[in-house]
Write a protein that binds this ligand. Structure first.
Ligand code: ADP
Ligand code: MG
Ligand code: ZN
Length: 601
């Protein structure tokens, strides 16, 4: 594409030219139109110096000044043989295209101009609109986001509207402080996160939190959705991203919020299907914008996703979304607080006990609870009650649970018991295994999409080296869940699927990549997946070892895993009473901190 400023100049020249042509002559000050008879008189008197004759008018100049000081005149042409007459009076004359010249010229110039215009628009669409807006962005601003680019300046949401996610709020408070007083932060060279990723299941209040940050800080809020950037034409999405950041920089301090980041930030090369160019360009633009920021510009980018695992790793690198805030399903106390938020405007009967309702609703998200309060109100209205009673809430819970069960999000009591033992198994094994990450929290509140409960270890720092004993410790802890299930019997469950997959990955790595097995030796039987020439489509790689070795690998991997399970079983057998005690406590409290977990021997 040619440089646009250049073209812009051409446009202006063309328009100016047309205007001037339209007025035809210029130079002498012209008196208003005069009657033809007046012209004839002047002609006869020999006062006319020169004229320009067109199809239907005569424009001329007098030898002497008129009373108002002008010498020029225009008159409507009367069909006579004007040329002969002019010659007779010795007037200098010339012809000109008929007036209406303007429209003629237009008819002549406009089609090519239109053509050029269409070509420009098409060019922008195809090429990614690398040029900024034409004519100041007004005329041909195809790339400008249709997103609500107008920042919301008066966000009313505050942290008080978000309950039960105290840890997330705590982390975001720092962002609020920064946005309120950016100067103070940068004065000492403090490092403020550029991008914060809110991670959690749908309905837990991620969008709400982002708005609350804007509301608390009192800064403009640019709300967009990842899907809005994904367009048909290659380059349009990228242009939108650029525009968005340009706008944001102008009004900083402010917040850019990208909801459902995964729609835009899926790992590149994730799909073998071509036609990913547009997404890739858009994602690259986003990365470039985040990198290109001056650290002192107070623009914070918040994003939300419920599928962090599919995000392109490049998004999570330092200087981008390097801070992740977990927005999880609320615990019991959290649910009480959320219910409080959503019942303040309702008329509640005296028998309503929010704690009791919270106890009935493990696994509910903030959105579920908001829905619950509303359903209860509807139920009460329908039975024409004066206030919303406990019975309305119970009915509403039943209704919602039935819906959630279909989506398998609420556990029946027997499942809860299995999950409690499973998680307590992980926790006890972790505490008893030297070299394992210390446990900080155990919970049976469903988390994320797949997991029914979770055991949190201290956030895993970036490790450069891991010893064999550490990997073995990890394996043992991962097997702790299944080990607990085996001990309480009589059955084992699908709940350990993810643990087993992760353990298998570790074991395979030990054997295939790190040369940690004595029998198979220090050989890299396999290299890191997917990085071969960084090719999309390099899905299938030839195996680089014999049938014989393949069989040995399988056996060794299996042995490593079995040993892990045995170690875990050993720990739990030795601490059987503590396992029971811990599981019971977990069932009652849903979440235990490290101090509340019984200490294994
Ligand atoms: P997400 O973006 O995580 O999917 P939203 O922020 O859109 O969830 O939440 C939807 C609605 O559910 C909110 O508008 C609010 O009414 C309610 N809600 C969700 N989480 C909370 C919470 N933690 N506290 C209070 N209300 C909540
Ligand atoms: Mg949302
Ligand atoms: Zn597990």
């Amino acid at each position: 594409m040619p440089k646009l400023p250049h073209l812009r100049f051409l446009w202006l020249a063309a328009i100016l030219g047309m205007v001037l042509l339209g007025f035809g002559q210029f130079g002498s000050p012209t008196a208003g139109p005069v009657p033809y008879s007046q012209f004839q008189q002047w002609l006869d008197a020999g006062r006319v110096a020169r004229v320009t004759v067109t199809g239907d008018s005569i424009r001329g100049e007098l030898k002497d000044k008129l009373p108002d000081g002008t010498t020029g005149f225009v008159t409507e042409r009367v069909p006579t043989n004007i040329a002969a007459e002019l010659s007779r009076h010795g007037v200098e004359y010339s012809g000109a295209p008929a007036v209406g010249a303007f429209s003629q010229v237009l008819a002549w110039i406009l089609p090519p101009l239109l053509f050029v215009g269409i070509w420009l628009i098409a060019g922008r669409l195809m090429s990614g609109g690398r040029g900024g807006g034409m004519l100041g962005g007004g005329l041909l601003s195809v790339g400008r986001s249709k997103a609500k680019l107008v920042a919301e300046t008066d966000v009313k949401t505050t942290f008080d509207d978000v309950a039960g996610v105290d840890e997330a709020k705590e982390e975001l408070r720092e962002i609020v402080d920064f946005l309120k007083r950016p100067g103070e932060f940068t004065r000492l060279g403090a490092h403020v996160p550029r991008g914060v990723l809110l991670v959690g299941p749908p309905g837990t209040g991620k969008t709400l939190l982002a708005r609350a940050v804007a509301g608390e800080a009192g800064v403009p809020f640019f709300a967009t959705n990842g899907a809005e950037f994904v367009e048909m034409f290659v380059g349009v999405g990228a242009a939108r991203v650029r525009d968005l950041f340009e706008q944001a920089r102008k009004v900083a301090p402010c917040i850019i919020f990208i909801d459902e980041l995964d729609a835009l930030g899926r790992a590149r090369h994730a799909s073998p299907v071509s036609g990913q160019d547009e997404k890739e360009q858009t994602l690259n633009q986003l990365l470039a914008e985040m990198d290109g920021f001056d650290r002192s510009v107070a623009v914070v980018i918040l994003a939300a996703t419920n599928r962090p695992e599919i995000l392109d790793p490049a998004l999570l690198r330092a200087g981008r979304f390097d801070r992740q805030v977990l927005v999880d399903r609320p615990e019991k106390q959290g649910r009480i607080d959320i219910l409080k938020v959503h019942t303040v405007t309702l008329t509640l009967a005296a028998d309503v006990d929010l704690a009791e309702i919270a106890a009935m609703t493990p696994g509910f998200t903030g959105a579920d609870l908001a829905n619950l309060a509303n359903e209860a109100a509807v139920h009460a209205t329908r039975r024409k009650a004066d206030a919303i009673g406990m019975e309305d809430f119970v009915a509403a819970v039943e209704r919602i649970v039935a819906g959630l069960e279909k989506r398998s999000r609420v556990m029946i009591p027997r499942e809860r018991r299995i999950v409690a033992y499973h998680e307590m198994g992980h926790a006890l094994v972790a505490m008893a295994t030297p070299g394992a990450d210390p446990v900080t929290k155990v919970s049976i509140i469903p988390r994320g999409i797949g997991a029914l409960g979770y055991t949190l270890s201290r956030p895993t720092e970036d490790r450069f080296l891991m010893g064999r004993s550490e990997l073995e410790a990890k394996l043992t802890v991962l097997m702790g869940g299944r080990a607990a299930e085996i001990l309480i019997g009589p059955d084992i469950s699908t709940g350990a699927a993810d643990d087993i997959a992760r353990a298998t990955d570790i074991a395979r790595g030990m054997v295939l990549r790190y040369g940690m097995d004595d029998k198979l030796g220090p050989v890299a039987w396999d290299t890191e997946e997917g990085h071969f020439l960084d090719q999309p489509g390099a899905f299938w790689r030839p195996r680089r070892y014999s049938e014989q070795t393949a069989r040995e690998i399988d056996q060794v991997v299996r042995t490593i895993l079995e040993h892990g399970l045995e170690r875990a079983l050993g720990v739990l057998r030795a601490n059987r009473a503590k396992l029971d005690e811990g599981a019971e406590r977990l069932l009652a409290q849903e979440t235990l901190t490290a101090e509340q977990i019984p200490k294994p021997d």
